[in-house]
Design a protein around this ligand. Structure first.
Ligand code: BGC
Length: 259
């Protein structure tokens, strides 16, 4: 809410990732960015204090001249009651931490705190590829890890963590994330073989009505999506690298922090 008691239509979204921390001011009516997207590198080691300091720097630059706005922060971990319950591509110090409270202390204002893929899925359902799509939509983000967001008729089931499904004895994000393609110098076709296995498994388990593929690599969708043989339609996300920012901002207004 803003000072007049009407729901805010502008908010700040911040997306914390294994390699970068990004943020922007978002128009929640349209899902457009009202500022440049700022990005700072994630501090080496991904430790809580360092990440919070970098987030504060980013926020200071973003909010200069615009005053205080609702803030949503999304993070690559299971988020339960404001606590980070896992840590796949950041320091293990996050596990079990009251992260939302720490961010609020560090940033000096209330925030809404959510898993990064859940934020991206919510953004695609509100403003993008999954808008008005009925039934079960499964969004996966292919980046440093694999994130997942499961929606049924636009309602999010949080913290599904389907990047960590075990296939052939592997935590499969280590094989099929975009970082695995880069690390192992895989061709598009070799990487797609792994994606085929991954999406066929998800298809078997969830019978979705639609797959949405997010993450920066989804701009190269033509190089891999047409090679996949699935019964479920599979399409690229609309907001790619901005989806986390948009979803975090939108959720901050939908669920304002009571503190
Ligand atoms: C984490 C998820 C996150 C995903 C994308 C995974 O390694 O476990 O929480 O959503 O990476 O960042």
């Amino acid at each position: 809410m803003n000072a007049t008691g009407t729901p805010a239509t502008t908010a700040i979204g911040i997306d914390i990732g294994g390699t970068g921390i990004k943020g922007a001011i978002v128009d929640l009516a349209t899902g457009e960015l009202l500022s440049d997207r700022l990005k700072l590198p994630t501090p080496k080691g991904g430790k809580p204090g360092d990440i919070i300091d970098t987030t504060r720097q980013l926020l200071e630059t973003l909010s200069a001249g615009v005053g205080s706005l609702p803030i949503g922060v999304c993070f690559p971990a299971v988020v339960k009651n404001g606590h980070t319950m896992s840590a796949a591509n950041v320091s293990r110090d996050w596990i079990g931490l009251a992260a939302e409270e720490l961010f609020e202390k560090g940033l000096g204002q209330p925030i809404h705190f959510v898993n990064d893929a859940d934020a991206a899925g919510y953004a695609e359902a509100q403003f993008g590829a999954a808008r008005d799509v009925p039934g079960v939509v499964l969004l996966t983000t292919l980046g440093t890890g694999i994130g997942s967001a499961l929606l049924n008729d636009g309602v999010l089931v949080p913290n599904t963590e389907l990047g960590h499904i075990e296939i052939d004895g592997h935590d499969y994000e280590t094989k099929a994330a975009y970082s695995a393609k880069e690390r192992e110098h895989l061709s598009w076709s070799d990487w797609t073989k792994r994606l085929q296995k991954y999406y066929s498994t998800l298809e078997k388990l969830f019978s979705p009505d639609l797959f949405v593929v997010g993450g920066g690599v989804s701009k190269r969708y033509d190089d891999f999506i047409p090679l996949l043989k699935l019964n479920t339609p599979i399409i690229p996300a609309v907001h790619r690298n901005n989806a986390g920012i948009l979803g975090a901002a939108a959720l901050a207004v939908r669920f304002p922090d009571p503190s």
